[in-house]
Design a protein around this ligand. Structure first.
Ligand SMILES: Cc1cc2nc3c(=O)[nH]c(=O)nc-3n(C[C@H](O)[C@H](O)[C@H](O)COP(=O)(O)OP(=O)(O)OC[C@H]3O[C@@H](n4cnc5c(N)ncnc54)[C@H](O)[C@@H]3O)c2cc1C
Length: 589
């Protein structure tokens, strides 16, 4: 085997251990790749239970009142700081411990309810939403999910009020997108009472203001010469903790304190290990699933702000003796923003509900949500900016700040390229394994193997011949449901074809992966929109709304999304991939 092949096998083995160990229930997104519409997870559209809705409404009212009075996003950006008064206020409203258990002082909110809170903050200030995400969605998440009762007792009560702040420290110079390449190491002390940590972390939100940091470091695997990543709770008062740069000056989300720090022989008690030793990467990926969900919520809030600003401007600014909203090229932008904002909200709610309802594995859906909402928001901001013309360029309007703030979204918590590839490969693994079983059996037949291959073959074939049923309740949505079912069938066919055509090299074919992931994301987004629209239509009919009160934005989204899916699938056979790669190679040298 060549060195590259050895490395490839190692990566495959790592991914298998990390992502696919344990029982694999068929979630919604994985089902799509197998040609199934796993309706139980997505229909009917999830609702926050009435008791929690009342609590949420109260919290949102309180939050809005507080933010109106105290949060000045312009000052946050200008001063490059979120005032302590704002942080304390967020703590008082409960935002900093929203999903933490009530027993430890948190609000015990579901992820769905939490997303509504983050949507509100995201609609106002990029810095504040990233600060809250860094503290609550990822900073204290490992403690909430993996902490022992004792650890939670010790740390959580002050973290949920904001008296202490949290941070999540994974990124290093050599471990950015390649998160598994953490170099910070943790050596056990001779008496086994603590670990000695050495290394540097960079780009860590809240690092300089956090009292507790979840830090990923490499520990030896007992009885072998291997190492694995372990999560530790580290506090900045530990001797050897050195803040190298507390606030790295930056383009956007300037109110957040993004820092760089070193640990030099820092002794961390073994009681501060979070989750199983050596399973830190799994801890990190699970934590990031939560971060990506609230990312979706914040982007939804910001997209709604774009829509509001663009609509106001298009209705008031006159050129050629007409308001801008009269021009079709402006209408087109407004319509797309409305359609996308509706979809972003539906997708966020649905993904959060998967977590709340106990789906074991939602990594595909959270990755899809993150890529989809960050890309849609970027487009919405660009469109709102364009509609505002030159005025958007000046600092008295929020749009130039929103552009700067939003740019991190496509990079942070997994760059969109890495996640796009991840979506395609994780999604295709299910059907890929079935094909592998069939191939392997053909090569060395055995009685048991033939049985397994036969089952796998029938499974594949079954999905290939059946168009999945998309069970909407509203008669007027049946046509959309049928189109969606047919597209899922075509998607599954395309996935199978790609697997047969490319086999293992597909692991490197990112241009193919991008189309497959793109189609999968739009299938998921369309499902969320259809489910939401179905629920709203049913509600409207029960409450005597006129059947004419159509939701144009939702329907436009479905049309545009279906068109994009058809485009992605067509691109699998009609593309310029070879020319693209040759050109890039000729430039890269
Ligand atoms: C403001 C800010 C706040 C942050 N907060 C935190 C935090 O709180 N905690 C934390 O741990 N980290 C944090 N980060 C780090 C962030 O998660 C990383 O920047 C991100 O993971 C990307 O890593 P990188 O910057 O090293 O880019 P690189 O890994 O160098 O990647 C650069 C680009 O290369 C491309 N690329 C890389 N790999 C692939 C691939 N396999 N296929 C295709 N394209 C690829 C992508 O386009 C990517 O954007 C923060 C970063 C910023 C800027």
């Amino acid at each position: 085997m060549t060195e590259t092949e050895v490395q490839r096998q190692k990566e495959i083995q790592q991914a298998e251990e990390l992502l696919f160990a344990g029982p694999q229930a068929l979630g919604f997104a994985k089902g799509l790749f197998q040609g199934h519409f796993v309706s139980d997870w997505v229909m009917p559209y999830p609702r926050i239970p009435p008791a929690q809705q009342t609590e949420l409404d109260k919290t949102l009212a309180e939050l809005r009142e507080f933010l109106d009075a105290k949060l000045d996003p312009v000052a946050v950006d200008r001063e490059a700081d979120i005032p302590r008064e704002v942080i304390d206020g967020l703590g008082r409203v409960g935002v900093l411990g929203m999903t933490a258990p009530k027993g430890f002082g948190g609000c015990g909110f579901t992820q769905m309810a939490n997303c509504k809170v983050l949507e509100e903050i995201g609609s106002r200030c990029g810095s504040t939403s990233v600060f809250v995400n860094a503290h609550h969605s990822i900073g204290i998440r490992a403690l909430i999910l993996f902490g022992t009762n004792e650890q939670k007792q010790t740390w959580l009560p002050k973290l949920v009020t904001g008296e202490w702040l949290g941070a999540f420290a994974l990124t290093e110079k050599e471990a950015g997108s390649d998160a598994a390449n953490v170099q910070m190491h943790a050596r056990p002390s001779e008496d086994g009472s603590h670990f000695i940590l050495n290394g540097e972390k960079r780009y860590i939100t809240n690092a300089a203001i956090a009292r507790v940091l979840t830090v990923m470091a490499r520990t030896p695997v007992p009885g072998s010469d291997k190492t694995a990543i372990t999560a530790f709770l580290v506090t900045p008062d530990m001797p050897g903790f050195e803040m190298l740069e507390p606030r790295m000056p930056k383009m956007g989300i300037r109110g957040t304190a993004t820092g760089r720090f070193a640990l030099r022989d820092v002794k961390v008690p073994k009681e501060n290990i979070l989750g199983p030793p050596g399973k830190g990467l799994k801890v990190a990926l699970t934590v990031l699933d939560f971060g990506r969900t609230t990312f979706g919520a914040c982007c939804t809030g910001a997209a709604k702000t774009c829509l509001r600003l663009a609509t106001q401007h298009a209705n008031t600014r006159k050129q050629f003796n007409k308001t801008l909203g009269n021009f079709h090229l402006v209408k087109k932008k407004i319509a797309r923003m409305a359609a996308d904002a509706y979809a972003m909200e539906a997708m966020t709610t649905m993904t959060a509900s998967l977590i709340d309802r106990g789906l074991e594995d939602y990594m595909l859906e959270t990755a899809m949500l993150k890529v989809f909402t960050t890309e849609r928001l970027w487009e919405a901001i660009n469109d709102a900016f364009q509609i505002h013309g030159g005025s958007a360029y000046f600092v008295d309007l929020p749009l130039e700040r929103m552009v700067r703030d939003a740019r991190i979204n496509q990079i942070g918590e997994g760059s969109n390229e890495v996640l796009t590839s991840f979506i395609a490969l994780v999604g295709m693994r299910g059907p890929g394994m079935e094909f592998k079983e069939i191939y392997d059996t053909m090569l060395k037949p055995s009685r048991a193997g033939i049985g397994r291959a036969w089952t796998a073959g029938m499974h594949r074939l079954g999905a290939t011949v059946r168009i999945p049923d998309v069970p909407v309740r509203s008669a007027e949505l049946k046509s959309f449901a049928n189109q969606l079912g047919r597209l899922i069938w075509r998607f599954n066919f395309a996935v199978n074809r790609a697997l047969i055509a490319y086999r293992e090299p597909i692991l490197d074919l990112q241009l193919v992966q991008e189309r497959i992931a793109g189609a999968a994301m739009d299938l998921f987004a369309s499902t969320c929109v259809l489910s939401r629209l179905d629920a709203e239509t049913q509600f409207g009919q029960r409450n005597g709304e006129s059947p004419a009160s159509k939701n144009y934005a939702a329907e436009l989204f479905l049309r545009q999304s279906f068109r994009r899916i058809r485009g992605f699938l067509a691109g699998l056979s009609d593309n310029d991939d070879k020319a693209v790669l040759k050109t890039a190679d000729s430039v890269l040298g």
